[in-house]
Design a protein around this ligand. Structure first.
Ligand code: PMP
Length: 306
């Protein structure tokens, strides 16, 4: 079945479970007029041997959405637990037998202007989605001439819908110039992140990632990667990263719910290392997928079994 075939799928909206075509918000609402909403992207991994779906770090995603709502000064906070329960129920109702991408949103409805703080609504969509081939082949990235939004303009730490026009510009530029992806510097000229994904470089066996004050989204996959690397005895540094450090790196990779762990094999036309997926990246990918698909035991409580 095509991933874009949504027929028969159920959506959660404002306390109800409705057919795909029946989930509606009004065109005059602040979410439509100004992008006044926050959201998450969550993956569920289907283990075909066990015939089970495993949601990856559901709680952490919903807790981050609480933070996003606070930063957006919503009139109340739709709690993580409410959205977790609704997500689990949505998975049951959709009876998925494939990997999925889940997208919960809390939005400003009503008829207000851009500063309206409510009334709030929430919805959750879930569609079938597997892992794209670029996870093995790697991505050829461009350093964008568009800068990452700064904390003093539009807090990058909030996963708010309107923020995504920033990576849209960078993505369109990269696409037009023949690259696979974009890397954004922040307003201080330091490396921030990719389009909807964080990044690591490897220098002399040390994994280095821009700090959480580099105008990144505080990525859950980044957190996962840090923990897994440290457990493997690999030193991790979270600090400012200079653009020229890509020339010094033996490996680099993007990480994120959508990107999973994607090798960066080239930046601005110059290969990273030998221009192929590096050994540390490959090892990390294998471990990440073994955990996500529950091929090894979930000792960290990262998975929600459906
Ligand atoms: N940065 C941005 C802007 C993102 O949208 C995402 C995807 N949520 C990430 C980084 C990666 O975050 P996570 O690992 O939590 O998916």
């Amino acid at each position: 079945m095509s991933e874009r075939d949504y027929s028969g799928l159920i959506i959660y909206i404002d306390g109800e479970y409705v057919p795909w075509d029946d989930a509606k918000v009004h065109v005059f609402s602040p979410v439509v007029k100004y992008g006044a909403a926050v959201f998450e992207g969550i993956r569920g991994y289907w283990n075909d041997d066990k015939k089970k779906l495993y949601l990856f770090r559901l709680r952490e995603h919903m807790e981050r959405m609480e933070l996003s709502q606070r930063i957006m000064r919503f009139e109340r906070i739709v709690p993580a637990q409410e959205l977790m329960d609704a997500t689990v129920e949505l998975m049951r109702r959709n009876k998925f037998e494939s990997s999925v991408h889940i997208r919960p949103t809390v939005y400003v409805g009503g008829d207000g202007e851009s500063y309206a703080r409510g009334p709030l609504g929430s919805f959750i969509t879930a569609v079938r989605r597997g892992t794209p081939k670029k996870v093995v082949d790697g991505s050829r990235a461009q350093i964008s001439s568009w800068r990452r939004i700064s904390d003093s303009v539009m807090p990058a730490r909030a996963k708010s819908n309107a923020n995504y026009n920033n990576s849209r510009y960078a993505g369109l530029q990269a696409q037009r110039d023949g690259y696979d992806s974009a890397i954004l510097l922040n307003d201080r000229g330091k490396v921030s992140e990719g389009q909807g994904m964080c990044l690591f470089i490897v220098r002399n066996g040390v994994a280095i990632t821009p700090s959480i004050t580099s105008d990144i989204l505080e990525s859950i996959t980044r957190d996962t990667v840090i923990e897994l690397l440290q457990e493997q005895g690999i030193k991790v540094e979270q600090r400012e990263v200079d653009r020229s450090e890509f020339f010094a790196a033996s490996e680099a990779f993007f990480c994120g719910t959508g990107a999973e762990i994607t090798p960066i094999i080239n930046v601005d036309g110059d290969p990273i290392g030998d221009g192929k997926r590096g050994p540390l990246t490959e090892r990390l990918q294998n471990l990440y997928f073994d955990i996500a698909f529950e091929r090894i035991e979930d000792t960290k409580g990262w998975l929600t079994e459906i």
